[in-house]
Design a protein around this ligand. Structure first.
Ligand code: ZN
Length: 306
């Protein structure tokens, strides 16, 4: 995969990943080579028309023969209507007829524009080009404020009726804390960066800087002690959630992205123990780091219509 200089005239599959601070976009040619990459800022209080104008202008500027367009969007996607119903971080996205608006600006048939959830396009990107390459069955897990995921089976995204494998909201503690989704004891209430920070604050760790996850992670790496035990506990919680996926679809490759995945090395023993405790038999698992960073989303989106 190399950057080639020559959007003009080349066959291109455009991918757009609209995120909390920026829309990342780019295009792949028919051989999955990157033709170009770009980014447009998406302030929280942006107007949809301005963001879409800027995105369309960047795409048009590159030229090329656009054969497909895929878009990753944060929030609850209504696939039939092609709109986002709820997007907590980007309220301006709500209800925008994305296919029509982009299609009109780019002279591209709206019905052929593919929309997908942002975690799912990142899963596709990592599976095709990143940490999950050569693993057609994998679960991509994003560790951050919450726990997001995208399931790829046989190299294809599995979305079911639309919301398949939202593992952050698997109930792992029926009497646990309330979750933002309205349920209780969801995986992300005990296995996300937010959960780790809360546990650390409750335990007064690391000493003098309770809740500082970077410092906690560094101290966990440096020596055995309560910091390492805390992250092992968070990893084990996560493993218990992943075990449900193992039991259900027998996926054995997990690719971890998101800010908190920087602690994967210290979370790993707990994750492995958690999966082993709650699934059957002797199994070999692969826990792999994501490798594409914030390019995973647009690259996965570019494969949606390819
Ligand atoms: Zn929940």
């Amino acid at each position: 995969m190399t950057n080639t200089n020559g959007g003009s005239g080349a066959t291109c599959h455009v991918g757009i990943d609209i995120g909390g601070s920026a829309a990342k976009l780019g295009a792949l040619d028919g051989n999955d080579r990157i033709l170009w990459e770009d980014a447009v800022a998406t302030p929280a209080h942006a107007e949809a028309v301005d963001v879409l104008d800027a995105v369309a202008e960047r795409v048009s500027r590159q030229g090329g023969d656009i054969v497909s367009i895929g878009v990753g969007l944060p929030g609850a996607l209504d696939r039939e209507r092609g709109v986002i119903d709820v997007s907590p971080n980007l309220p301006w996205l709500r209800g925008v007829p994305m296919r029509e608006e982009l299609g009109r600006r780019l002279g591209f048939e709206p019905a052929r524009i593919r929309l997908e959830n942002d975690a799912n396009v990142a899963a596709l990107g990592e599976c095709r080009f990143g940490g999950g390459r050569d693993h057609p069955d994998m679960l991509f897990v994003t560790l951050g404020t919450g726990v997001g995921s995208g399931l790829v089976l046989g190299g294809r995204l599995h979305v079911g009726a639309g919301l398949a494998c939202e593992i952050g909201h698997l109930c792992v503690e029926p009497d646990g804390r309330e979750c933002g989704c309205g349920s209780r004891g969801c995986l992300e209430t005990i296995a996300s960066a937010s959960a780790a920070r809360r546990f650390a604050e409750e335990a007064g760790l690391p000493k003098g800087h309770p809740g500082d996850l970077e410092l906690l992670t560094a101290q966990s790496r440096a020596a055995a002690g309560p910091e390492r035990e805390l992250l092992e506990r968070v990893g084990r919680n996560l493993g218990h959630g992943l075990a449900v996926v193992v039991v259900l679809v027998d996926v054995r490759t997990f690719v971890f992205g998101g800010g908190f995945s920087a602690a994967l090395d210290v979370l790993r023993p707990g994750i492995e123990a958690g999966i082993a405790e709650r699934s059957f038999g002797e199994r070999a698992f692969e826990l792999l780091p994501a490798t594409l960073g914030n390019a995973a989303g647009w690259m996965g989106a570019a494969t949606l219509g390819a």
